[in-house]
Design a protein around this ligand. Structure first.
Ligand code: COS
Length: 383
């Protein structure tokens, strides 16, 4: 595997790094405190082209692939997990579902405004009674003349209330199980469609997470994405991509937690010298570095597989599982190395620790990732 970056990829990474260091890091504590990623930050990401990295030029994108997108997610996540999650909800799942499932006409109709960042996207699969068991969804879409009429409730939706365009999954055909689910585009101002208030969360507080309510929401048939009955597969294919780039978010946060820990260990003095001279601290730093190195390798290897058009569903689940567990180990050790200071909200490590916890849950719990991995192994009867 060749991990050398092209000049374009290096430029993209450097742009993301400068933006993260100069514009995100200084406000990240306030983003958390105010539970809001400012609209100006989202606009700036759009100006820098982050919304279109992964999509083809013909839809207004830059065609820099998942590798390019992961580089950006990694850099943003070093500074502000909430901002990375807003971008992820928009690119990796919201707009991605339209790209993966849409016809050419639908892609042309919706993607340019999303790749430019003029409009923000969200992905709505989860329901109060359908979390890990996504196929148990009860939201319905009934055909009525030239329209579909949607009714139901979605929950825990990233970018809820601030997105303009929602990829929504609903049951079109009762009694057909996973083959009775379809994907629809619902625009924010459609009558009968509304978002609930933002949830109060342990971490990633700056990203908005809301319920969505659909009461006789009428959408034209042209808003049925791709083929009727294929919605569950659309959701699963989209989540493959989302899980991969979530690995890049974990990687960025872990690298930053490690760097902060190295700095603290070399500056903090106890028992007559820097705590970095103590083997107990060195062992923690070494374990953290081993996790970061492994994360970096599996994220970019899998991103390359995705860009090459190779199947990568099992690998994406491994990336999600490993990187989220590794990040949680890393931030736990980072708090330990920082001691009392690691527990205080005054220092960024406390926020990194809270922000990390969700990565083991969203985009499919790690228990679900284990199921995806094991099923694939058993289906193929080999590694
Ligand atoms: N790509 C394409 N198709 C896929 C797929 C993938 N990654 N994964 C599954 N499918 C297909 C299967 O091939 C099957 O199609 P056929 O019936 O034609 O063979 C269909 O989808 C149903 O798959 P399966 O039988 O595995 O469905 P299950 O109901 O058992 O559910 C899990 C599978 C548990 C893996 C799924 O419900 C899941 O991922 N749940 C977690 C949901 C989630 O991640 N939520 C996060 C919130 S959104 S941010």
């Amino acid at each position: 595997m060749d991990f050398t970056l092209t000049d374009e990829q290096k430029m993209l990474r450097d742009t993301a790094r400068r933006f993260a260091e100069n514009e995100l890091a200084p406000i990240a504590a306030n983003v958390d405190l105010d539970s809001d990623v400012p609209a100006s930050v989202i606009r700036k990401m759009a100006e820098l082209g982050f919304m279109g990295i992964v999509f083809p030029e013909r839809y207004g994108g830059f065609e820099l692939g998942e590798v390019g997108y992961c580089l950006v997610q990694e850099e943003l996540s070093r500074a502000c997990a909430s901002t990375a999650v807003v971008l992820g909800g928009h690119v990796s799942i919201g707009a991605m579902a339209i790209y993966l499932a849409g016809t050419d006409e639908q892609r042309e109709r919706f993607l340019p405004a999303l790749t430019s960042g003029d409009r923000l996207a969200a992905f709505a699969l989860t329901e109060p009674g359908a979390g890990s068991d996504a196929a148990a969804m009860r939201t319905t879409a009934r055909e009525d003349g030239d329209e579909f009429v949607l009714n139901g409730q979605k929950t825990f939706i990233t970018n809820g209330g601030i997105a303009d365009v929602y990829s929504i999954f609903a049951r079109t055909d009762e009694g057909r199980g996973v083959r009775g689910i379809s994907t629809f585009i619902v625009e924010q101002d459609t009558p009968g469609f509304r978002a609930g208030p933002p949830e109060k969360k342990m971490g990633i507080r700056g990203s908005h997470t809301t319920d969505l309510f659909l009461e006789d929401v009428r959408v034209p048939k042209e808003n049925l994405l791709g083929t009727r009955g294929q919605g569950f597969k659309v959701a699963m294919r989209t989540l493959d991509v989302g899980r991969l780039s979530l690995g890049a978010q974990c990687l960025g946060a872990a690298k930053q937690a490690l760097d902060l820990s190295i700095r603290h260990a070399t500056q903090r003095e106890q028992f007559g010298g820097a705590i970095a001279r103590l083997q107990a601290v060195q062992f923690m730093l070494a374990e953290m570095a081993a996790d970061v190195y492994a994360m970096e390798n599996i994220v970019y290897r899998t991103a390359q597989m995705c860009d090459n058009g190779d199947p990568f569903g099992r690998e994406a689940a491994i990336v999600k599982l490993f990187c989220s567990e590794a990040l949680n180990r890393v931030v736990d050790r980072a708090v330990q190395i920082h001691g009392g200071m690691g527990y205080m909200a005054e220092y960024p490590i406390e926020r990194f620790y809270r922000d990390a916890r969700i990565t083991r849950i969203f985009e499919g719990t790690n228990e679900i990732q284990r199921i995806v991995i094991a099923r694939d192994l058993l289906k193929k009867k080999m590694y």
